[in-house]
Ligand binder design. Sequence first.
Ligand SMILES: C[S@@+](CC[C@H](N)C(=O)[O-])C[C@H]1O[C@@H](n2cnc3c(N)ncnc32)[C@H](O)[C@@H]1O
Length: 332
Amino acid sequence: MAGRYGHGMTLYYSSDDKDLVRDKFDLPLVEAVARRKEGKLRYFGLPGEDALDLQSWGSLCDYVAAVEFSRERFQTVKHVLRTQFGSIRHRAHLGDVDKVILRNRSGIPPTEFVSTTNRPGAGYIWDFDVIYLDYFGKFLPYERGGAEVRNRANALRRLFAPDRQDGWQPWLLMLTVESRLFGPNDREQMRQFLSASKEESDDETQKAIDFLLDETVSTREQAARLVHGTLSYILAVAASNSDVRVYPKPTMLYRGANNTPMLHFAYEVTPAGLLSGSQPVLPLLRSPLLRVRDDHAEPWFELLSSQPPGQTNSSLRATLDFLDEGQIEQIV
Ligand SMILES: C[S@@+](CC[C@H](N)C(=O)[O-])C[C@H]1O[C@@H](n2cnc3c(N)ncnc32)[C@H](O)[C@@H]1O
């Protein structure tokens, strides 16, 4: 499926690249989470009107909390969940997903709030296994003002708040955003953020940041690197504050609807357990940059020709561990 029109306006949700990312990357990743859990999954995210994500891996889920900010599409999302995914327990929430996440408080009944489990003593708790923020638009929407940017960053941090997630339970976070810089402001904000982080960093981390700040590569790749770096820092700090560890999967560059350059991120989040100290940012900064192959042929994805410094064969393989051995061999 290469896209769709609807309700008199362009509502392209998908592309051939995205279909591949969903079926050949996300599906095995979600399957790995289900195997580890030995049970069905609870999904919080933005399935949209076509719910193509649920078409691909919905059979692995037994609960879906779907958020939708368009009033019109919200009705369709509810209808689709009821008619096509009736066997999955579900709930639809109208609103901007960042605000829905920020409004949510554990322990409050889910008439207004999003949660999965009512645990005696604890009340309603947030314990989703898969959180997929398949946003419209850019990662940090600077053009919509500081409050929107803060909401986005705070919503991501809030996902890691200790009262949100059972401390013992691993979960999967996926995000997609447009890989575009909207004017110099965008670029400068992220560059400043990464440059400031560099000052307090060790040599290896500084080298990784220099790679991400390189202005000699294409604009598309610059945008990808800046978002990759900024998100890495936000998540590393959030994880450090909540005693979990974040294991990055490769950052995927692909063409979305209308040929829009897109980025897809995936992270496994697990309890820190006996590991002490804070979440190191370096593994996130160094995670591989992958792209969908132009010919859409197996192994579907390939490494970009230039990669963050310091990767080793084993660190590279570890980020791809949910794929078939044969596919990993071809990619590496
Ligand atoms: C990209 S589509 C979802 C596609 C689906 N996940 C898939 O795999 O094909 C995103 C859906 O979420 C809605 N949406 C986008 N950004 C949102 C936000 N910040 N808050 C709430 N809904 C949002 C859009 O209206 C759209 O219906």
